[in-house]
Design a protein around this ligand. Structure first.
Ligand SMILES: *[C@@H]1O[C@H](CO)[C@@H](O)[C@H](O)[C@H]1NC(C)=O
Ligand SMILES: *[C@@H]1O[C@H](CO)[C@@H](O)[C@H](O)[C@H]1NC(C)=O
Length: 442
Protein backbone atom coordinates (compact mmCIF):
# COMPACT_ATOMS: atom_id res chain seq x y z
CA UNK A 1 0.00 0.00 0.00
CA UNK A 2 1.20 3.49 -0.66
CA UNK A 3 2.01 5.33 2.56
CA UNK A 4 -1.10 6.73 4.09
CA UNK A 5 -0.92 7.86 7.66
CA UNK A 6 -4.18 7.97 9.47
CA UNK A 7 -4.70 10.17 12.46
CA UNK A 8 -6.34 8.44 15.34
CA UNK A 9 -9.94 8.37 16.33
CA UNK A 10 -9.13 10.44 19.40
CA UNK A 11 -7.52 13.18 17.36
CA UNK A 12 -10.41 13.33 14.95
CA UNK A 13 -12.87 13.42 17.81
CA UNK A 14 -11.10 16.34 19.46
CA UNK A 15 -11.09 18.29 16.19
CA UNK A 16 -14.80 17.71 15.81
CA UNK A 17 -15.47 18.61 19.42
CA UNK A 18 -13.72 21.95 19.02
CA UNK A 19 -16.28 22.84 16.34
CA UNK A 20 -19.28 21.87 18.53
CA UNK A 21 -20.84 19.91 15.72
CA UNK A 22 -24.41 18.70 15.85
CA UNK A 23 -24.30 15.11 14.66
CA UNK A 24 -27.29 13.22 13.28
CA UNK A 25 -28.08 9.96 15.02
CA UNK A 26 -28.79 6.53 13.63
CA UNK A 27 -32.03 4.64 13.97
CA UNK A 28 -30.20 1.40 13.13
CA UNK A 29 -26.91 0.07 14.44
CA UNK A 30 -24.00 2.35 13.57
CA UNK A 31 -21.35 0.83 11.27
CA UNK A 32 -18.22 -0.70 12.73
CA UNK A 33 -15.13 1.17 11.58
CA UNK A 34 -11.61 -0.20 11.26
CA UNK A 35 -8.98 1.35 13.50
CA UNK A 36 -8.08 4.83 12.31
CA UNK A 37 -11.41 5.52 10.64
CA UNK A 38 -14.64 6.99 11.84
CA UNK A 39 -18.02 7.61 10.27
CA UNK A 40 -20.73 10.15 10.83
CA UNK A 41 -24.26 10.35 9.56
CA UNK A 42 -24.57 13.47 7.42
CA UNK A 43 -28.05 13.45 5.91
CA UNK A 44 -31.34 11.61 6.07
CA UNK A 45 -34.45 11.45 3.94
CA UNK A 46 -32.84 11.11 0.53
CA UNK A 47 -34.57 8.99 -2.08
CA UNK A 48 -32.48 6.03 -3.25
CA UNK A 49 -29.16 7.85 -3.72
CA UNK A 50 -27.15 5.96 -6.32
CA UNK A 51 -24.17 8.11 -7.30
CA UNK A 52 -22.36 11.14 -5.94
CA UNK A 53 -19.74 13.59 -7.15
CA UNK A 54 -18.22 16.78 -5.77
CA UNK A 55 -18.29 19.80 -8.05
CA UNK A 56 -15.46 22.32 -8.27
CA UNK A 57 -17.14 24.59 -5.70
CA UNK A 58 -17.16 21.77 -3.13
CA UNK A 59 -20.88 21.05 -3.37
CA UNK A 60 -22.00 17.44 -3.51
CA UNK A 61 -24.20 16.31 -6.39
CA UNK A 62 -26.38 13.25 -5.79
CA UNK A 63 -28.28 11.11 -8.29
CA UNK A 64 -31.50 10.37 -6.39
CA UNK A 65 -33.51 7.75 -8.22
CA UNK A 66 -37.08 8.92 -8.57
CA UNK A 67 -36.08 12.59 -8.18
CA UNK A 68 -33.23 13.50 -10.54
CA UNK A 69 -30.04 15.30 -9.51
CA UNK A 70 -29.82 17.13 -6.20
CA UNK A 71 -27.08 19.39 -4.85
CA UNK A 72 -25.93 19.99 -1.29
CA UNK A 73 -23.59 22.34 0.47
CA UNK A 74 -21.23 20.53 2.82
CA UNK A 75 -21.24 22.21 6.22
CA UNK A 76 -18.12 22.61 8.35
CA UNK A 77 -19.02 19.49 10.32
CA UNK A 78 -19.59 17.49 7.15
CA UNK A 79 -23.37 17.66 7.36
CA UNK A 80 -25.17 18.12 4.04
CA UNK A 81 -27.22 21.31 3.87
CA UNK A 82 -29.49 23.28 1.53
CA UNK A 83 -30.74 20.48 -0.69
CA UNK A 84 -31.47 21.88 -4.13
CA UNK A 85 -33.06 19.86 -6.97
CA UNK A 86 -30.98 20.96 -9.95
CA UNK A 87 -32.46 18.47 -12.45
CA UNK A 88 -36.00 17.24 -11.86
CA UNK A 89 -36.38 14.07 -13.93
CA UNK A 90 -37.76 10.86 -12.48
CA UNK A 91 -36.39 8.78 -15.38
CA UNK A 92 -32.78 9.39 -14.24
CA UNK A 93 -32.07 6.32 -12.14
CA UNK A 94 -28.40 6.07 -11.31
CA UNK A 95 -25.53 8.15 -12.67
CA UNK A 96 -23.97 11.53 -12.05
CA UNK A 97 -20.50 12.52 -13.23
CA UNK A 98 -18.84 15.81 -14.20
CA UNK A 99 -16.46 16.65 -17.03
CA UNK A 100 -12.83 17.33 -16.14
CA UNK A 101 -13.43 21.09 -16.33
CA UNK A 102 -16.46 20.69 -14.05
CA UNK A 103 -18.84 22.45 -16.42
CA UNK A 104 -20.70 19.57 -18.05
CA UNK A 105 -22.91 17.21 -16.04
CA UNK A 106 -23.84 13.73 -17.26
CA UNK A 107 -26.62 11.43 -16.10
CA UNK A 108 -28.59 8.50 -17.48
CA UNK A 109 -31.90 6.72 -17.62
CA UNK A 110 -32.18 2.98 -18.22
CA UNK A 111 -31.87 3.56 -21.97
CA UNK A 112 -30.11 6.87 -22.58
CA UNK A 113 -27.17 9.05 -21.49
CA UNK A 114 -27.64 12.83 -21.34
CA UNK A 115 -25.54 15.93 -20.69
CA UNK A 116 -26.26 19.42 -19.36
CA UNK A 117 -24.19 22.56 -19.14
CA UNK A 118 -23.45 23.08 -15.44
CA UNK A 119 -22.54 26.18 -13.45
CA UNK A 120 -20.68 25.10 -10.30
CA UNK A 121 -21.16 28.51 -8.71
CA UNK A 122 -24.96 28.30 -8.67
CA UNK A 123 -25.83 24.70 -9.61
CA UNK A 124 -27.76 25.95 -12.64
CA UNK A 125 -28.16 23.47 -15.50
CA UNK A 126 -29.10 24.19 -19.11
CA UNK A 127 -28.72 22.95 -22.68
CA UNK A 128 -29.80 19.33 -22.16
CA UNK A 129 -28.47 17.00 -24.85
CA UNK A 130 -29.07 13.37 -25.68
CA UNK A 131 -25.69 11.66 -26.18
CA UNK A 132 -26.06 7.88 -26.25
CA UNK A 133 -29.21 5.90 -26.95
CA UNK A 134 -30.40 2.33 -27.37
CA UNK A 135 -29.46 0.86 -23.98
CA UNK A 136 -32.85 -0.43 -22.82
CA UNK A 137 -32.95 -4.06 -21.67
CA UNK A 138 -36.08 -5.62 -23.09
CA UNK A 139 -36.17 -8.50 -20.61
CA UNK A 140 -36.23 -6.23 -17.59
CA UNK A 141 -32.62 -6.96 -16.65
CA UNK A 142 -30.11 -4.57 -15.15
CA UNK A 143 -31.44 -1.04 -15.36
CA UNK A 144 -28.55 1.29 -14.48
CA UNK A 145 -26.14 2.83 -17.00
CA UNK A 146 -23.10 3.95 -15.08
CA UNK A 147 -21.28 6.98 -16.51
CA UNK A 148 -17.77 8.15 -15.77
CA UNK A 149 -16.16 11.24 -17.33
CA UNK A 150 -12.39 10.77 -17.40
CA UNK A 151 -10.08 13.32 -15.81
CA UNK A 152 -6.92 12.24 -17.66
CA UNK A 153 -8.70 12.13 -21.03
CA UNK A 154 -11.20 15.00 -20.81
CA UNK A 155 -12.99 14.09 -24.05
CA UNK A 156 -13.77 10.55 -22.84
CA UNK A 157 -17.13 9.46 -21.40
CA UNK A 158 -17.22 5.83 -20.23
CA UNK A 159 -20.61 4.12 -20.26
CA UNK A 160 -21.49 0.72 -18.76
CA UNK A 161 -24.44 -1.32 -20.04
CA UNK A 162 -25.16 -4.48 -18.06
CA UNK A 163 -26.68 -7.79 -19.06
CA UNK A 164 -30.34 -8.42 -19.81
CA UNK A 165 -30.91 -10.95 -17.05
CA UNK A 166 -28.68 -13.22 -15.02
CA UNK A 167 -27.15 -15.33 -17.79
CA UNK A 168 -27.62 -13.27 -20.93
CA UNK A 169 -26.37 -15.53 -23.72
CA UNK A 170 -27.08 -12.79 -26.25
CA UNK A 171 -24.33 -10.72 -24.63
CA UNK A 172 -21.83 -13.21 -26.09
CA UNK A 173 -22.43 -11.37 -29.37
CA UNK A 174 -20.20 -8.30 -29.28
CA UNK A 175 -22.62 -6.42 -31.51
CA UNK A 176 -25.36 -6.65 -28.88
CA UNK A 177 -23.58 -3.96 -26.84
CA UNK A 178 -24.68 -5.59 -23.58
CA UNK A 179 -22.29 -6.44 -20.75
CA UNK A 180 -19.85 -3.88 -22.08
CA UNK A 181 -18.09 -0.68 -21.13
CA UNK A 182 -17.56 1.66 -24.09
CA UNK A 183 -15.77 4.98 -24.28
CA UNK A 184 -17.25 7.81 -26.35
CA UNK A 185 -15.82 11.12 -27.55
CA UNK A 186 -17.78 13.73 -25.62
CA UNK A 187 -17.33 16.32 -28.36
CA UNK A 188 -18.56 13.94 -31.05
CA UNK A 189 -21.63 12.60 -29.25
CA UNK A 190 -22.50 16.14 -28.12
CA UNK A 191 -22.80 17.10 -31.78
CA UNK A 192 -24.63 13.99 -32.88
CA UNK A 193 -26.05 11.27 -30.60
CA UNK A 194 -25.16 7.63 -31.25
CA UNK A 195 -26.63 4.25 -30.41
CA UNK A 196 -24.37 2.51 -27.88
CA UNK A 197 -23.78 -0.66 -29.86
CA UNK A 198 -22.83 1.16 -33.07
CA UNK A 199 -20.11 3.49 -31.83
CA UNK A 200 -17.37 4.21 -29.32
CA UNK A 201 -14.30 2.26 -28.24
CA UNK A 202 -14.95 -1.02 -26.48
CA UNK A 203 -13.20 -0.78 -23.10
CA UNK A 204 -14.26 -4.34 -22.30
CA UNK A 205 -16.95 -6.85 -23.19
CA UNK A 206 -18.05 -9.97 -21.33
CA UNK A 207 -18.57 -7.74 -18.25
CA UNK A 208 -21.86 -8.94 -16.77
CA UNK A 209 -22.80 -5.76 -14.93
CA UNK A 210 -19.94 -3.40 -14.14
CA UNK A 211 -21.69 -0.80 -12.01
CA UNK A 212 -18.65 1.03 -10.66
CA UNK A 213 -16.04 2.74 -12.85
CA UNK A 214 -12.99 4.58 -11.49
CA UNK A 215 -9.69 6.04 -12.68
CA UNK A 216 -6.32 5.69 -10.99
CA UNK A 217 -3.75 8.46 -10.63
CA UNK A 218 -1.97 7.34 -13.79
CA UNK A 219 -5.11 7.49 -15.92
CA UNK A 220 -5.84 3.74 -15.80
CA UNK A 221 -9.51 2.75 -15.92
CA UNK A 222 -10.95 0.20 -13.46
CA UNK A 223 -14.37 -1.29 -12.91
CA UNK A 224 -16.13 -3.53 -10.41
CA UNK A 225 -18.26 -6.29 -11.88
CA UNK A 226 -21.28 -7.99 -10.33
CA UNK A 227 -21.08 -11.61 -11.41
CA UNK A 228 -23.74 -14.25 -11.92
CA UNK A 229 -26.28 -15.79 -9.53
CA UNK A 230 -27.44 -19.36 -9.04
CA UNK A 231 -24.59 -20.87 -11.02
CA UNK A 232 -24.05 -24.52 -11.79
CA UNK A 233 -20.89 -26.38 -12.82
CA UNK A 234 -21.05 -29.86 -14.24
CA UNK A 235 -24.68 -29.96 -13.16
CA UNK A 236 -23.84 -29.18 -9.55
CA UNK A 237 -25.14 -26.13 -7.64
CA UNK A 238 -22.06 -24.12 -6.68
CA UNK A 239 -23.64 -20.71 -6.25
CA UNK A 240 -23.10 -20.02 -2.56
CA UNK A 241 -19.38 -19.25 -2.79
CA UNK A 242 -18.92 -18.77 -6.53
CA UNK A 243 -18.35 -16.97 -8.78
CA UNK A 244 -16.09 -14.17 -7.53
CA UNK A 245 -17.04 -10.54 -7.91
CA UNK A 246 -14.34 -8.73 -9.86
CA UNK A 247 -12.05 -5.71 -9.98
CA UNK A 248 -11.12 -5.40 -13.65
CA UNK A 249 -8.47 -3.32 -15.38
CA UNK A 250 -9.22 -1.59 -18.68
CA UNK A 251 -5.84 0.01 -19.50
CA UNK A 252 -5.25 3.72 -19.95
CA UNK A 253 -8.03 6.18 -20.69
CA UNK A 254 -6.11 7.30 -23.78
CA UNK A 255 -5.74 3.77 -25.21
CA UNK A 256 -7.90 3.51 -28.33
CA UNK A 257 -7.36 -0.22 -28.96
CA UNK A 258 -10.45 -2.40 -28.54
CA UNK A 259 -10.21 -4.27 -25.24
CA UNK A 260 -10.73 -7.98 -24.82
CA UNK A 261 -13.47 -10.27 -23.60
CA UNK A 262 -13.62 -10.42 -19.80
CA UNK A 263 -15.44 -13.76 -19.69
CA UNK A 264 -19.20 -13.47 -19.18
CA UNK A 265 -21.52 -15.21 -19.88
CA UNK A 266 -19.56 -18.37 -20.72
CA UNK A 267 -16.73 -17.88 -18.23
CA UNK A 268 -16.95 -16.86 -14.60
CA UNK A 269 -14.26 -16.39 -11.96
CA UNK A 270 -13.44 -18.87 -9.19
CA UNK A 271 -13.74 -17.68 -5.60
CA UNK A 272 -14.01 -20.82 -3.46
CA UNK A 273 -12.15 -23.45 -5.51
CA UNK A 274 -12.80 -26.32 -3.10
CA UNK A 275 -16.55 -26.43 -3.80
CA UNK A 276 -16.14 -26.45 -7.60
CA UNK A 277 -16.22 -29.93 -9.18
CA UNK A 278 -13.29 -30.93 -11.44
CA UNK A 279 -11.20 -28.14 -9.94
CA UNK A 280 -7.74 -29.54 -10.73
CA UNK A 281 -6.69 -26.57 -12.85
CA UNK A 282 -8.50 -23.84 -10.96
CA UNK A 283 -7.18 -21.21 -8.58
CA UNK A 284 -8.87 -18.16 -7.09
CA UNK A 285 -9.29 -15.50 -9.78
CA UNK A 286 -9.09 -17.93 -12.70
CA UNK A 287 -12.07 -18.23 -15.04
CA UNK A 288 -14.01 -21.45 -15.46
CA UNK A 289 -16.85 -22.77 -17.64
CA UNK A 290 -19.98 -24.67 -16.68
CA UNK A 291 -18.55 -27.90 -18.23
CA UNK A 292 -21.87 -28.63 -19.94
CA UNK A 293 -21.38 -27.62 -23.53
CA UNK A 294 -20.05 -24.57 -25.30
CA UNK A 295 -16.88 -23.09 -23.91
CA UNK A 296 -14.26 -25.16 -22.04
CA UNK A 297 -12.11 -24.22 -19.06
CA UNK A 298 -9.11 -24.01 -21.41
CA UNK A 299 -10.97 -21.46 -23.54
CA UNK A 300 -11.90 -19.50 -20.43
CA UNK A 301 -8.19 -19.07 -19.67
CA UNK A 302 -7.98 -16.94 -22.82
CA UNK A 303 -10.46 -14.43 -21.41
CA UNK A 304 -9.34 -11.34 -19.49
CA UNK A 305 -9.27 -12.30 -15.80
CA UNK A 306 -9.85 -9.83 -12.97
CA UNK A 307 -6.92 -8.21 -11.15
CA UNK A 308 -8.55 -8.76 -7.76
CA UNK A 309 -11.44 -11.00 -6.80
CA UNK A 310 -14.02 -10.43 -4.08
CA UNK A 311 -16.36 -12.87 -2.29
CA UNK A 312 -19.34 -14.03 -4.32
CA UNK A 313 -22.53 -11.93 -4.43
CA UNK A 314 -21.12 -9.06 -2.37
CA UNK A 315 -22.27 -6.69 -5.15
CA UNK A 316 -19.60 -4.02 -5.58
CA UNK A 317 -21.33 -0.90 -6.91
CA UNK A 318 -18.58 1.67 -6.92
CA UNK A 319 -14.79 2.02 -7.09
CA UNK A 320 -13.04 5.32 -6.47
CA UNK A 321 -9.38 6.13 -5.84
CA UNK A 322 -8.05 8.19 -2.97
CA UNK A 323 -5.09 10.51 -3.30
CA UNK A 324 -2.77 7.85 -1.87
CA UNK A 325 -3.64 5.77 -4.93
CA UNK A 326 -5.74 3.07 -3.26
CA UNK A 327 -9.16 1.92 -4.51
CA UNK A 328 -12.26 2.18 -2.31
CA UNK A 329 -15.00 -0.30 -3.13
CA UNK A 330 -18.62 -0.09 -1.91
CA UNK A 331 -20.35 -3.47 -1.55
CA UNK A 332 -24.11 -3.23 -1.68
CA UNK A 333 -24.56 -6.74 -0.34
CA UNK A 334 -25.85 -10.18 -1.31
CA UNK A 335 -29.18 -11.90 -1.76
CA UNK A 336 -27.93 -15.10 -3.43
CA UNK A 337 -25.93 -16.63 -0.61
CA UNK A 338 -26.25 -17.71 2.99
CA UNK A 339 -25.22 -16.15 5.29
CA UNK A 340 -25.46 -12.70 3.69
CA UNK A 341 -22.20 -10.99 2.74
CA UNK A 342 -21.13 -7.60 1.43
CA UNK A 343 -22.76 -4.55 3.04
CA UNK A 344 -19.40 -2.97 3.62
CA UNK A 345 -16.67 -0.71 2.30
CA UNK A 346 -13.19 -2.04 1.57
CA UNK A 347 -9.91 -0.58 0.39
CA UNK A 348 -7.85 -2.37 -2.24
CA UNK A 349 -4.24 -1.36 -1.61
CA UNK A 350 -2.43 -0.23 -4.77
CA UNK A 351 1.31 0.09 -5.36
CA UNK A 352 3.34 2.86 -6.94
CA UNK A 353 2.76 1.17 -10.32
CA UNK A 354 -0.99 1.86 -10.01
CA UNK A 355 -1.76 -1.86 -9.78
CA UNK A 356 -3.12 -3.80 -6.80
CA UNK A 357 -0.48 -4.96 -4.34
CA UNK A 358 -2.05 -8.41 -3.99
CA UNK A 359 -1.67 -10.97 -6.79
CA UNK A 360 -4.76 -12.01 -8.82
CA UNK A 361 -5.10 -15.32 -6.96
CA UNK A 362 -5.36 -13.64 -3.56
CA UNK A 363 -8.45 -13.89 -1.36
CA UNK A 364 -7.17 -11.01 0.73
CA UNK A 365 -6.61 -8.28 -1.84
CA UNK A 366 -8.78 -5.87 0.14
CA UNK A 367 -9.15 -4.54 3.68
CA UNK A 368 -12.56 -3.94 5.21
CA UNK A 369 -12.97 -0.41 6.53
CA UNK A 370 -16.64 -0.15 7.35
CA UNK A 371 -18.95 -3.04 8.19
CA UNK A 372 -22.25 -3.85 9.82
CA UNK A 373 -22.07 -5.18 13.36
CA UNK A 374 -24.44 -8.01 12.37
CA UNK A 375 -24.94 -9.01 8.73
CA UNK A 376 -27.75 -11.36 9.70
CA UNK A 377 -29.87 -8.21 9.93
CA UNK A 378 -29.16 -7.50 6.26
CA UNK A 379 -30.47 -6.46 3.86
CA UNK A 380 -33.43 -4.88 5.60
CA UNK A 381 -31.86 -3.50 8.73
CA UNK A 382 -28.32 -2.61 7.91
CA UNK A 383 -26.38 -0.14 5.84
CA UNK A 384 -25.83 -0.87 2.16
CA UNK A 385 -23.13 1.23 0.52
CA UNK A 386 -23.78 2.21 -3.08
CA UNK A 387 -21.32 4.94 -3.95
CA UNK A 388 -18.32 6.83 -2.66
CA UNK A 389 -16.31 9.91 -3.36
CA UNK A 390 -13.53 11.84 -1.76
CA UNK A 391 -12.65 15.47 -1.56
CA UNK A 392 -9.26 17.09 -1.00
CA UNK A 393 -9.41 19.70 1.74
CA UNK A 394 -5.80 20.72 2.06
CA UNK A 395 -3.10 19.90 -0.42
CA UNK A 396 -0.22 20.79 1.84
CA UNK A 397 -1.02 19.28 5.14
CA UNK A 398 -3.51 16.48 5.02
CA UNK A 399 -6.39 15.29 2.95
CA UNK A 400 -9.84 14.39 4.11
CA UNK A 401 -11.90 11.70 2.50
CA UNK A 402 -15.57 12.38 2.56
CA UNK A 403 -17.22 9.07 2.25
CA UNK A 404 -20.96 8.65 1.86
CA UNK A 405 -23.08 5.59 1.92
CA UNK A 406 -26.66 4.73 2.44
CA UNK A 407 -28.68 1.96 3.92
CA UNK A 408 -32.23 1.03 3.37
CA UNK A 409 -35.06 0.32 5.73
CA UNK A 410 -37.65 -1.17 3.46
CA UNK A 411 -39.36 -3.50 5.90
CA UNK A 412 -41.81 -5.67 3.97
CA UNK A 413 -40.99 -4.21 0.64
CA UNK A 414 -38.04 -6.52 0.12
CA UNK A 415 -38.25 -8.31 -3.21
CA UNK A 416 -34.85 -9.90 -3.67
CA UNK A 417 -33.66 -7.07 -5.80
CA UNK A 418 -30.91 -5.73 -3.65
CA UNK A 419 -28.00 -7.22 -5.48
CA UNK A 420 -26.29 -5.52 -8.38
CA UNK A 421 -28.90 -3.06 -9.22
CA UNK A 422 -32.15 -4.71 -10.02
CA UNK A 423 -33.38 -2.53 -7.22
CA UNK A 424 -36.07 -0.02 -7.89
CA UNK A 425 -37.47 0.13 -4.42
CA UNK A 426 -38.30 3.80 -4.25
CA UNK A 427 -40.13 3.35 -0.97
CA UNK A 428 -36.81 2.90 0.74
CA UNK A 429 -35.79 5.32 3.37
CA UNK A 430 -32.22 6.32 2.78
CA UNK A 431 -29.49 7.69 4.91
CA UNK A 432 -26.15 9.08 4.08
CA UNK A 433 -23.10 8.48 6.06
CA UNK A 434 -20.05 10.59 6.26
CA UNK A 435 -16.60 9.26 6.54
CA UNK A 436 -13.91 11.67 7.42
CA UNK A 437 -10.45 10.17 7.18
CA UNK A 438 -7.35 12.33 7.07
CA UNK A 439 -4.42 10.63 5.35
CA UNK A 440 -0.96 11.63 4.24
CA UNK A 441 -0.76 13.54 7.45
CA UNK A 442 2.76 14.71 6.66
C1 LIG B 1 -4.00 -0.91 -24.91
O1 LIG B 1 -5.03 -1.85 -24.65
C2 LIG B 1 -4.74 -3.16 -25.11
C3 LIG B 1 -5.96 -4.01 -24.77
O2 LIG B 1 -6.88 -3.94 -25.78
C4 LIG B 1 -3.52 -3.71 -24.43
O3 LIG B 1 -3.23 -4.99 -24.94
C5 LIG B 1 -2.35 -2.79 -24.66
O4 LIG B 1 -1.25 -3.23 -23.91
C6 LIG B 1 -2.73 -1.37 -24.20
N1 LIG B 1 -1.65 -0.47 -24.50
C7 LIG B 1 -0.92 0.11 -23.55
C8 LIG B 1 0.16 1.03 -24.00
O5 LIG B 1 -1.14 -0.08 -22.37
C1 LIG C 1 -23.18 -23.83 -20.34
O1 LIG C 1 -22.48 -22.82 -21.03
C2 LIG C 1 -22.73 -22.81 -22.43
C3 LIG C 1 -21.83 -21.72 -23.00
O2 LIG C 1 -20.47 -22.00 -22.77
C4 LIG C 1 -24.19 -22.56 -22.69
O3 LIG C 1 -24.44 -22.59 -24.08
C5 LIG C 1 -25.03 -23.59 -21.97
O4 LIG C 1 -26.39 -23.26 -22.13
C6 LIG C 1 -24.67 -23.63 -20.51
N1 LIG C 1 -25.40 -24.68 -19.87
C7 LIG C 1 -26.08 -24.48 -18.74
C8 LIG C 1 -26.76 -25.68 -18.17
O5 LIG C 1 -26.14 -23.39 -18.21
Amino acid sequence: MKPSQLITFATVASLAAAQTCTVLSYSLAAPLMATGYRSQLVATGLRTPRAIVFDSSGSLLVAERGVGITRFQVGSCGTLQNRQVIISDTTLNHAVTLSADGRTLFSSSSSTAFSWSYDPATGATSNKKTLITGMANSGGGHSTRTLYASISNPDLLLVSWGSDGNLDWGAANINSGRSQIRGFSISQVSNSPVAFNTAGTIFGWGLRNSVGIGEDAGGGIWSVENSADNIVRNGQDVHNDNPAEELNYHYLSTNTTQRGNYGYPECLTAWQVSTLPSNGNLVVGRQFSNLTGGVTDAQCLQRQAPRISFPSHTAPLDVKFDSAGNAWVSFHGSWNRSPPDGYRVAIVPFGANNQPVAPPDSTSGYTNIMQNPDNSRCPNNCFRPSCDEHDVEDYHYYHYYHYYHYYDNDNNDYDYDVEDDYSDDVEDYNYYDYHDVPVDDA
